[in-house]
Design a protein around this ligand. Structure first.
Ligand SMILES: [Zn+2]
Length: 306
């Protein structure tokens, strides 16, 4: 049995968990602090180091720190290569080295979406499968291709940016990456709301988020329902394109958008069926089973097996 401190550093909060890893993995204790990302990368790193050293000091059985972090990560160096505007100054942080110095423990760092996919693939819904394409559809859209318990990181740590695939349904929507028509710009939780906002007429009420849009769709608003159906169909087609290229044994979808109900799921499966080549058309499409623990458990899996 190995006991590790796992950290999940996101734009809103920094989650931590004590993970007992043996034949099974279990999060035995957990907590979080606000990221306060706008205070800048240096400030965030200092508070993460403080958190890690105090939790490790009060848990003497902890023998290492497994980290899942927002931003593009160099998993070999444990450093944050770059980050988006939601975490200003986070890019360039030598996080692994800083945490090793603060705690005196071994540290491994990987990107949070990669960690999420690795967790689901090896310890969650993907356990029965040798290879998994994991797609997280929440505020943004990200993913990971995992084969034999290893994440495909790519040459620059960028692999798995599923949200940045173009689709013709919304060619004028601007993506978080600055390009136009990427699926994240109209299929993610924030994207679908923005898409609805760009299309709505005088009779369509303004909404302030995915949940409000869902209520509108369920209440019979035709435009809201069509945004859910068309964005899910596009995501299904994009998923099929990826499956055609990578041939995973299973696809795992997770994140807030997967709780969107039948309109969304039916359209997603329809889009997938329309674009999947015959040999991969019956690839199982599963729902993630680990919830918020997926990045913590994936980070631990990476720490122990990388
Ligand atoms: Zn993009």
């Amino acid at each position: 049995m190995t006991t590790l401190l796992a950290l999940d550093i996101g734009g809103t909060k920094v989650g931590w968990g004590i993970v007992e890893a043996g034949d099974t993995y279990e999060v035995t204790e957990r907590g979080s602090i606000p990221t306060d990302a706008m205070r800048g990368g240096e400030d965030v790193a200092a508070r993460v180091c403080q958190l890690a050293s105090s939790v490790a000091a009060s848990h003497p059985r902890v023998t290492g720190v497994a980290v899942a972090s927002a931003g593009v990560v160099d998993p070999a160096a444990g450093a944050i290569v770059s980050a988006t505007g939601t975490m200003p100054g986070w890019g360039g942080t030598p996080l692994g080295a800083m945490l090793a110095e603060a705690t005196g423990l071994n540290v491994r760092v990987l990107n949070d979406v990669h960690a999420h996919g690795l967790g689901e693939a090896t310890l969650g819904a993907g356990r029965p499968y040798r290879s998994v394409l994991s797609i997280a559809v929440g505020t943004g859209i990200g993913g990971a291709f995992v084969e034999d318990g290893r994440v495909a990181f790519g040459a620059r740590g960028i692999a798995g940016h599923v949200g940045h695939i173009h689709h013709h349904f919304a060619p004028d929507m601007t993506c978080s990456c600055g390009r136009k028509g990427h699926i994240e710009s109209f299929c993610s939780g924030s994207g679908i709301t923005a898409w609805y906002g760009s299309l709505r007429g005088e009779s369509d009420p303004a909404v302030d988020g995915g949940r409000a849009l869902q209520e509108l769709a369920d209440g019979g608003n035709a435009l809201a329902a069509s945004c859910f159906a068309r964005s899910a169909y596009a995501l299904g087609e994009a998923t099929a394109s990826l499956v055609n290229c990578t041939d995973p044994a299973a696809v795992i979808l997770s994140g807030s958008m997967t709780r969107s109900g039948d309109i969304w799921w039916d359209a997603l499966r329809e889009g997938f069926a329309a674009s999947a080549m015959t040999p991969v058309a019956d690839t199982p499409i599963l729902v993630g089973s680990l919830g918020g623990d997926a990045p913590l458990l994936g980070a631990v899996s990476f720490f122990l097996h990388a």
